[in-house]
Design a protein around this ligand. Structure first.
Ligand code: UN1
Length: 498
């Protein structure tokens, strides 16, 4: 995409300017002089127009046979595949993560789109016997209506696809507000839908920032489902705003994910896992490893191995294939993370590497931080408890397996956790006892696949899951149907009693 290009909102199958007449610039966090494009600064009127379109389109889309909806999604998936490299490059430029990761992000959207396209020929309900004679019972999924999506910048195409594709296959229509930092990736997704014949009004996008747009989306009675990924703080507000009208709301929020390393673990593997889990996506994943707890007998050895590797990570512009870690997404995020580095130092954690900003040369053009590791972190410290969303890893130690499980669960969040051990009994006990939505054995806390449910317990979520068939439960409502072909009145619980 050429610099300075103006990108419009996508409403009712058309690319339109915001009624506000205002725009904003999207800059590369690795190089502030690199302009990705100019995007619409939308207002509540634009949101209303998008909901108008989605509400109108819903009348027809819900009646399109699901396998036909699936055929359109197959074509969208093929287009995403054909454009994968371009989309990945656009994404690296707009939010900074390195190319292998942005290719993975686009691939996750491709996988989700194919998966949900296939659901067009399943969307299984069940048939089950009636307790009464000459009566037939079954369940079907019904679509709900217009869905509103508020999506984050860390997985700019994958997470929108997690919400869009299951919603669409179930027969809903959608309005999406991408994160302010990553509108380009959702423009790319909209272009793919547009080119492959998703009917006008079925998918709509309004770009712009924060609160006012969210309020307009959530406040409109025609929006029946709100799906949000972001901080627990904003998620709570979304949930409260949805409560008076009992709007369905699906929330994916914070994490404080732990990697546990037992004394019998393969330490080389555990080091690789911690490095990838903590510093992949510059630590800006909900699933990022932000706590590492190591058995005291191997803690010193593993810590030294890990710190050596972290110091050797090459930080820079993600378009350079030799770089291991990109910048923070924007200045304010960088400052938040720098703030946590200071809190860690002040609270008495031992700084083992990093601890500040990278400056000089090309680093001055962007928001680059050093991969940072703190040792001797205790469970009372803020860096142990709070989500940082940056390249900061806190290390603690334990003496027994039971203590490790207790430390793992000692958090307000419950997204992902992992255990490194060669002891199968401990592995199974941990699978059972660590209270998270996702658990890994001998693998890092990141790396969820699209055909398994994604989400977390406690303050990470509100009981829903994205991805897999679990997502269908968010975007459809069950209807139980009873067909009585006896020709008589048959009263359940009464006429079948002895
Ligand atoms: C997120 O962290 O916000 O499991 C999503 C993973 C990715 C998705 C992460 N597949 O790390």
């Amino acid at each position: 995409m050429s610099s300075g290009t103006v990108y419009k909102n996508y409403i009712n199958g058309k690319w339109v300017e915001s009624k506000s007449g205002k725009t904003f610039e999207n800059l590369n966090p690795a190089d502030k002089t690199d302009l990705i494009g100019v995007f619409q600064k939308s207002n509540a009127e634009d949101v209303k127009a998008a909901i108008d379109a989605a509400a109108e389109a819903y009348k027809k889309w819900r009646l399109v046979p699901a396998p036909k909806r699936g055929e359109i999604l197959y074509r969208v998936a093929a287009r995403l595949t054909a454009n994968k490299e371009q989309y990945a490059r656009d994404m690296t430029r707009e939010m900074g993560k390195i190319l292998i990761e942005t290719r993975g992000d686009v691939q996750e959207a491709i996988d989700m789109t194919y998966y949900m396209a296939g659901e067009g020929r399943r969307l299984f309900g069940m048939t089950t016997p009636s307790e009464l004679p000459n009566k037939f019972n079954m369940t079907i999924r019904q679509p709900v209506g217009v869905c509103a999506f508020i999506t984050p910048w860390n997985f700019p195409m994958a997470i929108p696809s997690w919400k869009m594709m299951p919603a669409l296959i179930c027969g809903n229509t959608i309005v999406i507000k991408p994160a302010t930092d990553t509108p380009m990736s959702v423009v790319n997704l909209m272009q793919a839908c547009d080119a492959e014949g998703v009917p006008p009004g079925v998918v709509n996008m309004v770009t712009g920032s924060g609160g006012a747009l969210g309020d307009a989306l959530i406040g409109d009675d025609r929006v029946k489902i709100v799906s949000f990924t972001g901080s627990t703080e904003i998620g709570r507000k979304v949930s409260e705003a949805c409560a008076p009208k009992f709007k369905h709301v699906c929330l994916e929020m914070g994490g404080k994910n732990v990697q546990i390393v037992m004394d019998d673990a393969n330490l080389d593997l555990a080091v690789e896992g911690a490095l990838w889990g903590a510093f992949g996506t510059t630590g800006q994943r909900c699933t990022a490893t932000s706590r590492l707890i190591i058995h005291k007998d191997v803690a010193q050895k593993m810590t030294a191995m890990l710190v050596d590797r972290a110091k050797a990570l090459k930080v820079g512009n993600g378009l350079d294939e030799s770089v291991n870690m990109g910048p923070c997404v924007n200045e304010s995020q960088m400052n938040t993370v720098l703030g946590y580095m200071e809190i860690g130092k002040k609270d008495g954690a031992k700084l083992l590497c990093g601890g500040g900003r990278l400056t000089g040369g090309n680093y001055d053009k962007g928001y680059f931080l050093q991969p940072t590791i703190f040792g001797e972190v205790t469970t009372k410290m803020r860096i142990w408890k709070e989500e940082i969303f940056g390249p900061v890893l806190s290390i603690g130690t334990f003496s027994s397996f039971d203590e490790a499980i207790a430390m793992a669960n000692d958090t307000a969040y419950g997204l992902s956790a992992s255990l490194y051990t060669r002891d199968v009994n401990k592995a199974y006990a941990a699978m059972r006892d660590v209270y998270t939505g996702i658990f890994y054995v001998n693998a890092p806390t990141i790396g969820a696949e699209t055909h398994l449910p994604f989400g977390g317990t406690k303050e990470t979520g509100n009981g829903h899951r994205e991805a897999a068939t679990a997502a269908l439960d968010v975007f459809s409502e069950w209807k139980s149907i009873y067909v009585d072909f006896s020709g008589t009145i048959q009263r359940a619980q009464i006429d079948n009693a002895d």
